[in-house]
Design a protein around this ligand. Sequence first.
Ligand code: NAP
Length: 481
Amino acid sequence: MYKIIPVPPFDIILFGATGDLARREILPALFRGFSVRQVPEDFRLAGVARAEMSDDEFRALCRDSIRSAQEPQAGEQEVLEKFLRKLSYFPLDATGGAGWDRLAAWPRPDKILTFYLSVGPSVFEQIIDNLKHNNMVRPDCRIVVEKPFGQDLPSSQALNGILAGSFNESQIFRIDHYLGKETVQNLMALRFANVLFEPLWNWQHVEHVQITVSESIGVKGRQGYYDAAGGMRDMVQNHLMQLLCLVAMEPPARFEADAVRDEKLKVIKALRDMSSRDIVRGQYGAAAGMASYLEDSETTYSETESFIALKCRIGNMRWGQTPFYLRTGKRLKARMSEVAVVFKRLPHSIFGLRDQRRNNILAVRLQPDEGITLQVTIKEPGPGGMRLIEVPLDMSFAESLGPEIGTMTNAYERLIMDVIRGNQTLFMRNDEIEAAWRWTDQVIACWSEEGSRPEIYAAGSEGPSAAAALMDYGRQWRVIE
Ligand code: NAP
């Protein structure tokens, strides 16, 4: 049913190859690609980190990481060993000058070369300088950069400047793994490949849009980074903003990288300036046996938000009167990411009671169970007259396309394959990132000028009570479950 199109042979240099992201996501994604033959036999990976270890020790670490991410299926053991033989390890401090000669001699000149920076942003600049000084930057190579891409507009501009000093924009892949999710791409397919939705996709028919990215975990383990960033920089500026763009953008003329990114950029530029009454910030307090944000952060005082809800408006002809509500937080009731497009109610019910008019809701769920549902009103089956009930029309692909579809590729796998193919559609462009930071800085300025503090909410709840008040005109947040 699904077709594997192998990517061309390639070499990839993974900086930060022993780190959390590499072990949990990147290496398992490459192995999955290899095991379904999307990654060709003629691929090689060079892992780079400072820790001293041999190729074999690195392979053992990768074997453990891949096994704990996804237990290899029967018969995959041999494939895993074959995959591991493609890996080498180069111990070096990427910020220093020593050890680069050996790495510089490693790439094959006739194969696609990719640098993947899975390291903290503080070392990006020195790695790029070293790549340049060791003549490793070729016109056909690609570079992948992880988030966070800066912490405000000036720092993101500086980072873009550093990248532009060595690479063309067409070589730079700023990764946001949300864009690699199957359902996120399905959101585009649903909108732009069906006649049903586009005529309704505007302020006349859409009452409001809600985007929720809720996490049940706290900040422990990432507290240093998180306390400096907060939910606005960590989640809204990138993941939620990207989802908002995909819902709100105009249809691009073609499904091509720059056509899609031009439309997303227009949405970000059309976002109206925010005021503090459109923003609710929260911080989790201890509850139900869970520690507070301050305890998790090992501090006694912090004004950082672990929850943020925003009421945004897009100043254009399509969305002028439709609010977009965004919400994200840590230590909430459940892990759930969802985009919900809430349609307006009918002006009149032929069935009598006014309260029988319900909103149709198109809910695109990204996690935990990827799928799309459309909430519709139907007649309650059976005798007893015309009674109406609401049911979800399930558009999950697993049922119609087979259960393996849901698990066939994960976001990192898809995005890395796109990098090798040179397809930038699902990656953020420099101007998009900068426009997103410009807006984010304006939002942050609203509360920093005011000196307001986040409201405490109970760990394991649905967030601070003030978030409900943000939903005016009787609107309600979708239940986090
Ligand atoms: P991490 O666990 O701290 O790993 C950092 C890696 O970089 C390690 O392999 C480390 O190994 C290596 N490293 C650090 N300094 C180095 C240097 N000077 N030269 C060579 N190697 C060096 O970090 P991570 O969680 O994997 O995150 C990596 C990047 O991805 C960060 O930018 C992070 O923000 C981003 N990210 C992470 C996640 C996630 O879920 N973890 C999600 C999204 C984005 P040595 O110490 O041995 O050098």
